[in-house]
Design a protein. Structure first.
Length: 301
């Protein structure tokens, strides 16, 4: 609706609306999150979690509102049919830009339970958003480099233990656990540095997925596999705010996780780890081919 304005002005308006949303809804989240932290009574925590999730959903709906006001995006989406708001989902997606998060929240809000993203622990320091992620029980993970672990071997396994503890928090309320398997946003430089065997993807990491399945495998309704494509090029977040993202293509599919991968010792069982890697690599190979086909289809229009 506001695309008749100069793109810079659209970006300023979208930024202000985004900022207001953050301040208002994070403040309200804290009203309920602080007593949940101070009064760890199971029945009270369950009730407060339901309230916190509802606030999160309203926050996302408000983000969708300013997106509709400032964007004129052509959406090409398939796979939303049959999703269950009361189900349990493990969600995976390719990752190219911060815009990915807004795309998924916009499409999945109230269609599946509130998305919980794996967050690097140092991001808890981000103003306002760190408090929001804490209030909503987002799983905060340690990410130690190989060089750090060489010098501090006692820290080995803490990444996995933190994942396990985070997932166990979700045992009492329907949850969607989101994991960007690549671990970081795709860039040509990262792709070249990795020497990735995939054309449009970085190499996936299976450890977080394996531990989420291990902690809550019996509860997950399905694995929701999401592929996001920007036919006109991967946008920066500022370009998104300015209303410059003209087309977004999204494909979703629900998959059954092989039963033998629902439980296993990812760290200690080499055979289980290899089986998990093979399954994830096949998933990523299919995603890479799908991205190539979707881009070719978009170019042909």
């Amino acid at each position: 609706m506001l695309n008749f304005l100069p793109s810079f002005l659209v970006g300023v308006i979208a930024s202000l609306l985004l900022a207001v949303n953050v301040v208002v809804w994070v403040s309200l989240l804290l009203v309920f999150a602080i007593p949940k932290f101070l009064l760890p009574v199971p029945s009270l925590r369950r009730a407060l979690n339901r309230i916190l999730h509802r606030i999160g959903e309203i926050w996302i709906a408000c983000n969708s509102a300013w997106m509709s006001l400032t964007q004129r995006t052509e959406w090409d989406v398939q796979g939303l049919e049959g999703l269950n708001y009361r189900g349990w989902y493990l969600v995976v997606s390719n990752h190219q830009t911060w815009v990915d998060i807004f795309v998924m929240q916009h499409l999945l809000n109230r269609r599946i339970p509130l998305l919980k993203f794996f967050i690097k622990r140092e991001l808890i320091k981000v103003p306002f958003m760190g408090l929001a992620w804490w209030a909503l029980d987002y799983p905060f993970l340690y990410r130690h480099s190989a060089e750090y672990l060489e010098k501090h071997p006692e820290q080995r396994g803490k990444d996995y233990e933190a994942t396990r503890r985070a997932c166990e928090k979700f045992a009492t309320i329907s949850t969607s656990v989101m994991n960007f398997l690549e671990g970081t946003r795709f860039t040509p430089a990262k792709h070249a540095r990795q020497k990735s065997e995939y054309r449009y993807l970085l190499r996936p990491k299976a450890g977080g997925l394996a531990l989420a399945l291990n902690a809550l495998g019996g509860k997950f309704h399905s694995l929701l596999d999401i592929t996001i494509v920007y036919p006109d090029g991967i946008p920066t977040f500022w370009e998104f705010l300015c209303g410059k993202v003209k087309r977004i293509t999204v494909r979703m599919r629900t998959l059954e996780v092989p039963q033998e991968l629902m439980q296993g010792d990812y760290e200690g069982d080499a055979a289980f780890r290899d089986a998990m890697h093979r399954w994830v690599q096949q998933l990523w190979l299919e995603k890479d081919r799908q991205i190539e086909a979707l881009l070719a289809e978009a170019r042909a229009r």
